[in-house]
Design a protein around this ligand. Structure first.
Ligand SMILES: Nc1ncnc2c1ncn2[C@@H]1O[C@H](COP(=O)(O)OP(=O)(O)OP(=O)(O)O)[C@@H](O)[C@H]1O
Length: 882
């Protein structure tokens, strides 16, 4: 908070307002400027690059920085993007008529998560505000709101679920309770702009009350969230925060939906990151969304983003999407026609939200009309298909493209009345500001037309007057101009001073010129200004009426926007399928995953010119081939294969065609990914420990329809430990009585190939390479069978390692292989009792587990160095071996 300033009346007012918005940067309107003081000024000048000045304030110095009020749209986004909460304090009365100090108040508190400003928002992305309620017993509430579109969702689940949701929606700001600061930071901290609220805002009754008051309902049953107490609290906090931030007109938030965990594939956060669904892992990388997004409307782009992080797991809605994509592909003319209409649709969702919050400007209302004009023709196009359907009689089954498109046709509302209203009243070239006139068409209001005529004639008269005076005085450069202080005046340069007639009255002297008025000029000025004042009032009234009419359509237009965004997102799938040669996957309720000639959607687009991606078949099921151990040298393409498999499954379940020749996808409900520890080295965490805890979390959350990707698990420790752990995990995955999760395990440990000898559903594959003249050629083909050794040395050679080192490494490897990979060694590993999980760390009744648990709780993973982690592991192993 700013230091107390010397108490002039203005300072007193400032201090009072500032105290009401702790933590916010206060933009204080003084005349034509927004000023900041003290700490605020220091921050603002740094972020905005504006001049910081100091002034003497009762003996001490005070910093101040400001900018002209009309630059607010430029500066505000910069402050908000820098994570500032900005309180905009305006003059609430006309300074010219105010008695004493002008009344001021905060008209909006703009925070990263609550913004309607086009310059802050990214059109292709939602801007979510999230609230997290840290509940008891590992149940947390989480709610999301995009105030710019009105989308409001809530849910509850365990910490991992909330973390995953936060990661998927990447909110611009997260609210949580002050009391739970430590817990929040431990679980989700560090990644988001956050704001802490008082404990009392997180009460169930308070939240419930907030919601029913906002939606004007007696209960929450209609929203399907009645049984989500933690979710209700989180959603209530969001509504509370809107009031705190002076967002009172929010009727466009017309419902709160339940984010149904059961409807979507569970992607653990490593999967979202590792598969680079929406963000690249490294700067310059390409996420999947960038390949898939061919949408042409902002709503379509935002919806697609959601689909990518929330793939479906029920057959029917997936097939609805796939069938519609197929229809687009089979009817290119239809697809083209829909796309052409879509291209002319602006951001319907955000435009109608601005209507609801009464912030739409005349130009945007014209845009809204233009966008709505496309709805009718699209509806007709879709409805036209129904006739076609009757002909082909193919649309009887629910989920068929005809049935789906017909449903969309029904849901679209052309909003003809609203379009007519705007069309007849608002000029197409209406300005941005609603107080500048020239908004309303002639013929709408007879008084307005009359006033326009008076103003026009008046101006015409002034032009004649100017010409007449030029002739009379001989001053060729004489001109009549206008400003807000003097009204209309005659301006004469000093050079012509001597020609000025005596009946002109001098008003102002400038450096080069003198300004005069005449009684005749003033007479017409009054007529014109009078008329213009009245014009402005009438135009504003008509515009406000139009805005009210549009406000009646909020729900209808939101519905239109949803259909339009769906048509657009599905059209995008069709475009990309056509362009990149994808195929329609077959979705089954079975457990088989059968991919023929599968490719990696992103890598295949990035290969150097002339190179083509080598496709591969992949089969997994729960009876014959549940786990595949993939060996092969570095760089062979193991990781690519793992990822492409997951991407194909996910794309299919999003409703997209997939990069393959054929794909039959037995529905997957969870995808887990773990990549060997070395990837995390740069984050300086105790990598092996992290790897193990994360792997453990996979093993504890498995389901029968899970797909597990393990990439070089165990490589963060010594070879023997690594092999042992990888071995144990694989055995475990195979031996679960209830679950048979389909697993791809890429590894350098060819020792793991022995597993296939003893476990019927484990199969060995390798990514083939060919050795020619002691060099490795990558074939990138997945072949049955294990690989003998890892070729790491050859890769070192390719990478330019000095020849003596390569030769010496070959010698050592040869020696080690002779010594260790003997039949006797293989036997040793095989002879270890298998499936003996009663003795394993997973057995809860084991007293060693209790000891281990106790030790583990004392470990602070975040502060452990890799060496310390290994020592700890050694200690734990000793306990287990007791
Ligand atoms: N099927 C393929 N067709 C063409 N290029 C491929 C294919 N698979 C992988 N690649 C290329 O090879 C590179 C290395 O692949 P990848 O990272 O999957 O190898 P890896 O076997 O997992 O290696 P490491 O063991 O070192 O992690 C990829 O970045 C990609 O450019």
């Amino acid at each position: 908070m700013a230091k107390e300033r010397k108490e002039t009346p203005l300072n007193k007012q400032y201090n009072q307002i500032k105290a009401k918005y702790p933590g916010a940067l206060l933009l204080f309107r003084v005349g034509d400027f927004y000023e900041t003081f003290g700490e605020d000024a220091i921050r603002a000048s740094k972020i905005l690059g504006i001049v910081l000045t100091r002034r003497n304030n009762g003996g001490s110095h005070e910093e101040l920085a400001g900018f002209p009020h009309h630059s607010l749209d430029n500066y505000l986004p910069k402050l908000v993007r820098a994570g500032e909460r900005v309180a905009i304090c305006d003059q609430l009365e006309d300074p010219a008529t105010a008695k004493g100090i002008v009344k001021r108040g905060v008209t909006e508190l703009v925070t990263p998560g609550v913004s309607l400003n086009d310059n802050v928002l990214d059109v292709r992305r939602n801007n979510y505000l999230a609230a997290v309620h840290v509940g008891d017993d590992d149940v947390y509430g989480v709610a999301f709101l995009d105030i710019s579109t009105g989308e409001f969702m809530t849910s509850q689940g365990n910490a991992a679920y909330v973390d995953k949701m936060l990661q998927g929606f990447s909110p611009a700001e997260v609210l949580f309770c002050k009391k739970h600061k430590q817990e929040f930071n431990q679980l989700f901290g560090g990644k988001y702009h956050t704001f802490q609220l008082e404990d009392w805002c997180f009460g169930y009754d308070y939240g419930y009350d907030q919601l029913i008051t906002h939606f004007q309902t007696a209960t929450l049953k209609g929203f399907g969230i009645e049984n989500l107490p933690m979710g209700i609290i989180a959603a209530g906090v969001i509504l509370h925060y809107l009031r705190e931030t002076e967002h009172k007109e929010v009727s466009h938030i017309s419902r709160v939906t339940r984010l149904e965990e059961e409807k979507y594939v569970w992607l653990d956060r490593f999967t979202v990151r590792n598969l680079e669904l929406v963000f690249p892992q490294q700067e310059g990388g390409v996420p999947l969304i960038q390949i898939l997004d061919q949408t042409v409307t902002p709503m379509g782009a935002r919806l697609l983003r959601k689909w990518v992080v929330l793939p479906l797991k029920e057959k029917l809605p997936i097939e609805e999407r796939l069938n519609t994509v197929e229809h687009y592909l089979n009817h290119e003319d239809f697809h083209d026609a829909v796309t052409q209409y879509l291209k002319h649709i602006g951001d319907l969702e955000r435009l109608i939200s601005k209507v609801a919050v009464r912030r739409i400007n005349p130009r945007e209302l014209v845009q809204l009309k233009k966008s709505l004009k496309q709805i009718g023709p699209i509806k007709e196009l879709l409805a036209g298909l129904v006739q076609e359907e009757k002909k082909v009689k193919a649309g009887k089954t629910s989920g068929s493209a005809y049935a789906v498109l017909n449903k969309y046709a029904d849901q679209l509302n052309p909003c003809s009345f609203l379009i007519d209203e705007i069309e007849t009243k608002l000029r197409d070239d209406a300005p941005v500001l609603s107080n500048q006139g020239r908004m309303i068409k002639s013929g709408v209001d007879s008084d307005l037309d009359e006033l326009h005529a008076i103003s026009y004639e008046g101006k015409d008269y002034l032009l004649k007057l100017q010409n007449r005076e030029i002739e009379r005085t001989g001053i060729g450069s004489l001109k009549i101009a206008y400003n807000r202080v003097f009204g209309y005046y005659l301006e004469v340069t000093h050079a012509h001073q001597n020609k000025v007639p005596a009946d002109w009255i001098r008003k102002q002297t400038l450096v080069n010129a003198e300004r005069y008025i005449t009684p005749e000029l003033k007479e017409y000025e009054e007529k014109i200004l009078n008329a213009e004042d009245k014009i402005s009032t009438i135009e504003f009234r008509i515009f406000s009426e139009l805005m009210l009419t549009a406000a009646e359509y909020v729900g209808t237009i939101q519905q239109n926007a949803l259909v339009i965004s769906t048509l657009d997102a599905l059209g995008s799938f069709a475009t990309i399928a056509r362009k990149n040669n994808y195929v329609k996957p077959v979705i089954t309720e079975g457990k088989e995953l059968d991919i023929k000639d599968g490719r990696h959607a992103v890598i295949e687009q990035q290969l150097p010119l002339g190179e083509t991606y080598v496709p591969n078949d992949l089969y997994l099921d729960d009876t014959t081939q549940q786990i595949i151990i993939i060996t092969g040298p570095n760089m062979a393409g193991k990781s690519a294969l793992l990822r492409q498999t997951a991407l194909i499954v996910l794309m299919a379940q999003m409703g997209s065609y997939v990069p393959a020749k054929a794909a039959s996808i037995g529905l997957v409900d969870k995808i887990f990914t773990r990549v060997g520890a070395s990837d995390n080295l740069s984050r300086g965490e105790s990598t092996f420990m992290v790897e193990m805890t994360e792997t453990a979390s996979i093993l504890n959350n498995l389901s029968d329809r899970s797909l597990v990707l393990m990439d070089e698990i165990g490589r963060g420790t010594s070879t023997y430990d690594g092999v042992s752990i990888a071995w144990a995990i694989t055995e475990y995955l195979h031996s679960q009585p209830e679950y048979r999760p389909k697993t791809l395990f890429a590894t350098h440990y060819h020792e793991l190939n022995q597993l296939a000898d003893d476990f019927p559903r484990i199969k060995n594959f390798n990514v083939a390479v060919k050795e020619v003249d002691n060099k490795v050629i990558f074939l990138r083909k997945l072949k049955p069978g294990g690989s003998a050794h890892s070729f790491g040395i050859h890769v070192a050679q390719i990478a330019g390692m000095p020849q003596p080192i390569v030769l010496r490494a070959s010698e050592i490897m040869h020696h080690l292989e002779k010594d260790h990979v003997t039949e006797a060694h293989k036997k040793r590993v095989k002879e270890i009792p298998k499936n003996n999980f009663q003795l394993s760390i997973f057995e809860p009744a084991d007293p060693r587990l209790e000891e281990l648990k106790e030790k583990l709780t004392l470990v602070d993973v975040n502060t452990l160095s890799p060496i310390e982690a290994l020592l700890k592991l050694n200690e734990f192993q000793k306990i287990i071996k007791k």
